[in-house]
Design a protein around this ligand. Structure first.
Ligand code: ADP
Ligand code: MG
Length: 469
């Protein structure tokens, strides 16, 4: 067996134990470099991968290798920067990790009704595909998928319940989106309970319940979010009861959400509660830490930003109240990065999470975080670059044109020019006595690559942070 096949098969084994998101994050650009006398050397594309592999994946990796080749006895790691751009190592993961699961939002055409009724448009940001499924919500997700495929046939009403910020609205709107996508002629009406209540009040006031009824009773799919807010509102409950019956008898689909199971809802009429519970009721709970990590990963991809995995893990570990809170922290981290150029680190997000928890809210404006600028010299920059890439300073200054030395060298020049504002001729002289044209070439090359090379962007951000730039 060649090394590539050995690795593909082992990764296949690993994928049984290691979550997809971890596999994609930590095994991308990896390869088996050598397999001799029971020792397998695994190449990692970055020094930062080392500790993760050593501490988290080593045992599993060994087991997986042994499952494929029983003569394997030990695993060793070696950092090979060149792997980062090696197309073949990216291919390896593609063999079995389905990366086509939508991360970027698909363009869904908006569908409008022709019969004049205006219903709140379903938010196309929410889809069933970008809802991350875990043990805590898989039943709800499965029920929603079935309803999306066969509205009005299986589970009506479908009742989704659970605490705040756990994805109920997401699921409800996703079903609405999906049904409209499958059949644009279907009339999908989404409303919040608050909105529904207001329309009832309006109808009573203007003595025009007709248009209200026309709107809701002609729906093929009626989605009402947060029905717990109907508590104590007798007239609205009555309208909902009749609407419910009309649609139910006509074989239409009803989807509801609430913070509690139907029978636990207080101050609702008995007959309404029994209707709510007459179809399928499923709950959503707070996802476990690995799912939280997967959600963060997926949201960063949607936002098209790269954040260090250990930073994401910190967020996933510390924020365990709701998915919405999780997203709130991520949004702030991204905002701080984009607006204030603060590269997220474990420390910075810990501070941010601590701060938001104290404040008890996440949606505050971007906080002013003082940036301490210390005096950074070319010499200390060189230390940081050398440390980050795990390449000796002498090699950076030396003449080798090997990629693993070239990249750190060019990065040093780039940062020296743009972050330290050192004149080109001086940079050249200090970095192995190179001429002015070489420095221009290097900095241009890095600037170009930063347009598409996220790994490079991530490295440079990390070095800047480490160096205090
Ligand atoms: P709820 O209606 O239960 O209060 P939402 O549906 O508004 O919660 O969810 C809050 C946020 O968390 C939304 O932005 C939603 O997209 C996101 N979210 C919740 N659960 C998931 C999940 N499993 N996968 C992806 N995103 C999720
Ligand atoms: Mg909601």
């Amino acid at each position: 067996m060649n090394l590539k096949d050995l690795w593909i098969k082992s990764l296949q084994e690993l994928s049984k134990d290691v979550k997809r998101v971890n596999l994609i994050t930590w095994f991308r650009n990896t390869a088996v470099l050598e397999a001799k006398e029971g020792k397998v050397v695994i190449g990692l594309p970055l020094p930062t991968f080392l500790s993760w592999h050593e501490s988290k994946f080593k045992d599993q990796t060994l087991k997986a290798l042994q499952a494929v080749d029983s003569s394997v006895k030990e695993v060793e790691y070696k950092v090979e920067l060149a792997l980062a751009e090696d197309e073949r190592t990216i291919d390896v993961l593609k063999h079995f990790v389905d990366e086509s699961t939508p991360r970027k939002l698909p363009n869904r055409p908006e569908v409008k009704f022709k019969d004049g009724t205006v219903a709140k448009q379903v938010h196309s940001r929410y889809t069933l595909e970008n809802y991350i499924v875990s043990d805590e919500n898989k039943l709800a997700h499965a029920a929603c998928s079935t309803v999306a495929k066969y509205p009005g046939q299986n589970y009506s009403p479908l009742f989704i319940y659970g605490g705040v910020g756990l994805g109920k609205t997401h699921l409800l709107q996703a079903v609405g989106n999906e049904i409209k996508k499958n059949d644009p002629t279907k009339k999908v009406v989404y409303t919040t309970t608050e909105n529904f209540t207001n329309e009832v009040i309006q109808g009573i006031k203007t003595k025009n319940m007709e248009s209200f009824r026309r709107k809701y009773r002609t729906a093929d799919v009626l989605i009402i979010d947060d029905v717990q807010f109907i508590a104590n509102k007798d007239r609205t409950q009555e309208e909902l009861f009749h609407t419910f019956n009309a649609l139910h008898e006509a074989g239409k689909q009803i989807i509801l959400s609430a913070d509690k199971a139907p029978h636990e809802l207080k101050l609702l009429s008995e007959r309404l509660i029994s209707r709510f519970g007459s179809g399928m009721a499923v709950d959503v709970k707070m996802p476990d830490i690995e799912t939280r990590l997967a959600i963060l990963q997926s949201k960063t991809q949607e936002a098209q930003v790269i954040i260090e995995p250990n930073v994401l893990e910190t967020i996933a570990t510390k924020v365990n109240s709701s998915v919405r809170a999780l997203e709130g922290v991520l949004t702030r981290v991204i905002a701080e990065y984009e607006l204030a150029h603060i590269t997220p680190t474990v420390d910075s997000v810990e501070k941010l999470i601590g701060g938001t928890q104290q404040k008890g809210q996440l949606q505050k404006e971007v906080q002013e975080v003082p940036v301490v600028r210390c005096h950074v010299t070319l010499e200390s920059l060189l230390d940081h670059v050398s440390g980050h890439y795990g390449v000796a300073k002498e090699a950076i200054l030396g003449a080798s044109r090997q990629r693993e030395f070239m990249v750190p060298r060019q990065v040093t020049m780039y940062l020296a020019k743009y972050s330290l504002n050192i004149p080109l001729s001086k940079i050249g002289m200090a970095l192995g006595n190179r001429n002015h044209a070489t420095v221009i070439h290097a900095t241009t090359r890095i600037a170009e690559r930063l347009q598409f090379d996220r790994q490079l962007l991530r490295d440079i951000n990390a070095i800047k942070k480490e160096a205090g730039l």
